[in-house]
Design a protein around this ligand. Structure first.
Ligand SMILES: [Zn+2]
Length: 344
């Protein structure tokens, strides 16, 4: 048996149950990982609360990110062996459909995310396909490694694959202190962009500047962040807006865009219903791009860049798995800068 944090019914943090369940057994081509650290994401809180119109396969063990030690392998596994330190890649795909064969595995019709459509990492053990483990960067501990995959993979896919960010362009990154925002600030800098970040406190603004942002705007201290952005870049606007806030920021984000600008979004934490002016979209040649997760191959490259010290996970706090309810409350309060990680 093993300990796990599970959701059987959607609701508040009290719906997180700590249970003993049978230890999963790796089938052919699968790997069992002894989880040493599990990274939290906003996705976890959506899985717990439920999403109208979406059905999660409950009961479900939470957690999309993790790092640990390979504990057992199934038949036919060739690349990894017990005892190896690994990072879990959170997106599972079929590997044989046209999307997968093109390297667009996050567009696979059978795509599932750990802790979202199959059992996740908030447990002592997790079983995944062989393709879903990669060597842990040698310069990181388990806790730091567990803070990398989902947010870096998503931010990379948004900025580089979808918005096609180019050197010298200006990008506005909302909530530069969040997990995905702090990854985006670093990736945008790595690709030679000028970065304007928003954040909710003066301290978070300073953190965003320390990560490499050129400017930081405290959105709680301003009436209209779009006006502050224009004060920095002039009337021309920014080339790319990195959105994951949603209803509260969307109109301002659209206003900030330059002609030919791209808004790319991976989330709507303040609500998903927004108004769009088509006049604004066609007159200014704007693009509105959606993104969920990213390509496995990009994540492997990200892990190399992390190992080379060119990208780094930003850690907020580590808690024991038994404090997962408290961790969810912290995540929802937005009181944290960077990632929360729990240790089974
Ligand atoms: Zn596929």
């Amino acid at each position: 048996m093993m300990r796990a944090a599970r959701v059987s019914e959607h609701g508040g943090v009290e719906r997180i149950e700590f249970v003993e369940v049978p230890k999963p057994v790796p089938g052919p081509g699968e790997v069992r990982v002894l989880v040493r650290a599990s990274g939290l994401n906003h996705l976890d809180t959506w899985v717990r609360r439920g999403v109208p119109g979406h059905r999660f396969p409950l009961p479900l063990i939470l957690g999309s990110d993790g790092a640990g030690l390979v504990d057992a392998v199934g038949d036919g596994v060739r690349r990894v062996e017990p005892g190896q330190d690994v990072v879990l890649l959170p997106g599972v795909s079929c590997g044989v459909c046209p999307a997968c064969l093109e390297g667009l595995d996050n567009l696979c019709p059978d795509y599932s995310i750990l802790g979202e459509a199959r059992d996740g990492t908030c447990a002592e053990f997790v079983v995944v396909p062989e393709a879903n483990v990669a060597p842990k960067p040698a310069n990181l501990g388990y806790v730091e490694a567990a803070a990398v995959p989902l947010v870096f993979q998503t931010a990379w896919s948004m900025l580089i694959r979808r918005a096609e960010l180019r050197p010298g362009e200006t990008v506005l990154i909302h909530a530069g202190g969040s997990g995905v925002g702090s990854a985006a600030v670093q990736i945008a800098r790595l690709f030679g962009a000028r970065v304007i970040a928003t954040a909710g406190t003066p301290e978070k603004c300073q953190h965003a500047l320390d990560l490499g942002a050129d400017h930081a705007i405290d959105y709680t201290a301003t009436e209209d962040f779009a006006k502050d952005v224009r004060a920095l870049v002039g009337r021309a606007g920014v080339d790319v807006v990195f959105e994951h806030v949603g209803a509260v920021t969307f109109a301002g984000s659209m206003k900030c865009l330059a002609r030919g600008g791209r808004l790319v979004t991976c989330g709507a934490t303040t609500g998903g219903q927004v108004e769009i002016s088509l006049h604004q979209v066609f007159f200014k040649n704007l693009s509105i791009l959606g993104n969920t997760m990213g390509r496995k191959a990009d994540l492997l490259r990200i892990l190399q860049l992390v190992e080379a010290g060119r990208l780094r996970p930003v850690l907020s706090q580590t808690l024991p798995l038994a404090a997962l309810r408290e961790a969810h409350t912290l995540l929802e309060s937005r009181a944290v800068f960077g990632k929360l990680v729990v240790e089974p």
